[in-house]
Design a protein around this ligand. Structure first.
Ligand code: FAD
Length: 424
């Protein structure tokens, strides 16, 4: 990238943290502004208000982390993940017998990795904290930005760079050379960017809510191996498909599974209407046979009642930048439904591609002393938007298509016929 600049990253989620790492490793002064408190502090409310969600990490995301040059990061990631070599479809035959059917992702046995998003995020923050040119500003909410004058305003909850203490917010003003907006689906950076560029923007909520459940680990002796703690195969992404519903389970590194129920809003309303929750176990028995053998009826009811019921949004916009001063990455640029397991992966990939392009333009201008860093960066951001918007839209569409595939096509006669042909 260009000679030392002040890069401010908005949002300390996985994508913002990786962007900060890339910017810092190029010698820039990096400041990270995050709305919430420090994720590593137990008193901070996690994103989505639940403990954490498990994600599928694929080569796209891994490669972006590998290219950060931080071996500590890759060692952590590979140590803390569980390979999932395929999906395991659960169902019931017409004679009432329960079955499970493994469908490998790859004939060469390559796998996607189950990872705890919170764990990954904390590791990224630890690495960033060890770098001398990175400063965190937690409890700082981006409130306004002027991308011509390169100034931004934040509401600060506590008067410091650590926890909030309930005092009224005050406002601060900062300058920057480049702002990287990684502040998620409801991005404030994107909102302000729209005032500076003729942005095409489309957002869509699908008629599905999600809620988290957990399959507990087996009760095993203290010296038991991790594998012996799992009640179903740890090396698969488990799916209970139902035409309008879907229940999935992803392994965690303590022997449990983080599970997600996807169902139309009307069904949630129906289940919510019974305050005792007694209709929830029969609902699972009808649509997700076998789940009540893995999660007790009491656990199903309490998870449904305690955990939030959250919507799913899909966002497309273009361009992703303005001039030399701002670019949006991750969910801020392309939030997508989670059915292709690529939201975070694509966001991490944004970072790799963005810095590849910034580096390329900086190298091209190295010998041209008349060129200032801002004009080099402006050309790089233009190229980035042109390249990345198309890919972001494509993966967004694939994610919506896979929604149909995961719910129903894994069971369809066409799928079975194709599979039979593939298997010879
Ligand atoms: P976020 O994680 O949303 O982080 C944004 C950060 O910005 C937050 O910390 C927020 O507090 C902060 N912020 C917001 N507003 C402001 C402001 N005004 N000022 C300062 N800071 C602000 N992806 C995968 O790759 N694989 C999967 O298997 C997968 N499964 C998923 C399952 C579910 C149920 C869901 C909902 C998503 C899934 N995803 C998956 C998508 C993935 O979670 C997101 O793509 C990813 O978390 C986006 O990261 P991000 O850093 O861009 O944004």
């Amino acid at each position: 990238m260009d000679s030392k600049q002040k890069v401010v990253v908005i949002g300390a989620g996985p994508v913002g943290s990786l962007a900060a790492l890339y910017a810092a490793s190029r010698g820039n002064d990096v400041e990270i502004y995050e709305l919430r408190g420090d994720l590593r502090d137990p008193s901070t409310t996690p994103l989505n208000f639940t403990k954490s969600i498990n994600l599928a990490l694929s080569e796209r995301g891994l490669n972006a982390m590998r290219n950060s040059g931080q071996t500590k990061l890759i060692d952590h990631v590979l140590g803390a993940t569980i390979p999932m070599r395929g999906r395991m479809i659960h169902g019931k035959r017409p004679n009432g017998e329960l079955y499970e059917e493994a469908q490998d992702y790859d004939i060469h046995g390559r796998a996607i990795l189950a990872i705890d998003r919170g764990g990954l995020n904390k590791r990224l923050l630890d690495i960033l904290e060890s770098l001398p040119n990175v400063t965190f500003f937690f409890n700082h909410k981006l409130a306004g930005a002027d991308f011509k004058r390169k100034k931004a305003w934040f509401e600060v909850r506590d008067g410091g760079a650590s926890k909030g203490n309930g005092q009224p917010a005050r406002e601060i003003e900062i300058d920057f050379d480049l702002m990287i907006g990684a502040d998620g689906a409801h991005s404030a950076v994107r909102y302000h960017l729209m005032k500076y560029t003729r942005m095409d923007y489309k957002q869509e909520y699908i008629d599905t809510l999600w809620c988290e459940f957990q399959i507990r680990p087996k009760d095993t002796p203290a010296d038991a191996t991790l594998d012996s703690k799992f009640v179903i195969s740890p090396n698969h992404l488990h799916i209970w498909p139902g035409k309008e519903f879907m229940f999935i389970a992803i392994p965690s590194d303590d022997g449990s599974f983080t599970c997600t129920l996807f169902a139309p809003a009307a069904f949630y309303a129906h289940l919510e209407s019974d305050s005792s929750g007694s209709i929830i176990p029969p609902f699972f028995d009808k649509y997700f046979p076998g789940v009540t053998d893995l999660i007790s009826p009491d656990d199903l009811i309490s998870s449904f009642q305690k955990n939030p019921h959250l919507p799913l949004i899909s966002i497309k916009c273009k361009p992703h930048h303005y001039s030399s001063s701002v670019v949006i990455v991750g969910d801020a640029a392309h939030a997508m439904v989670p059915f292709y397991g690529q939201g975070m992966n694509a966001g991490l990939e944004d970072v790799r591609i963005l810095f590849d392009i910034l580096d390329k333009h900086a190298r091209m201008d190295e010998l041209n002393t008349a060129t200032d860093p801002a004009s080099t960066r402006e050309r790089a951001l233009e190229e980035y938007s042109a390249v990345r918007v198309q890919d972001a839209h494509a993966i967004n569409d694939l994610a919506l298509q896979n929604y149909i595939e995961m719910r129903a096509s894994v069971l369809s006669p066409t799928y079975r016929f194709r599979k039979w042909l593939e298997e010879g």
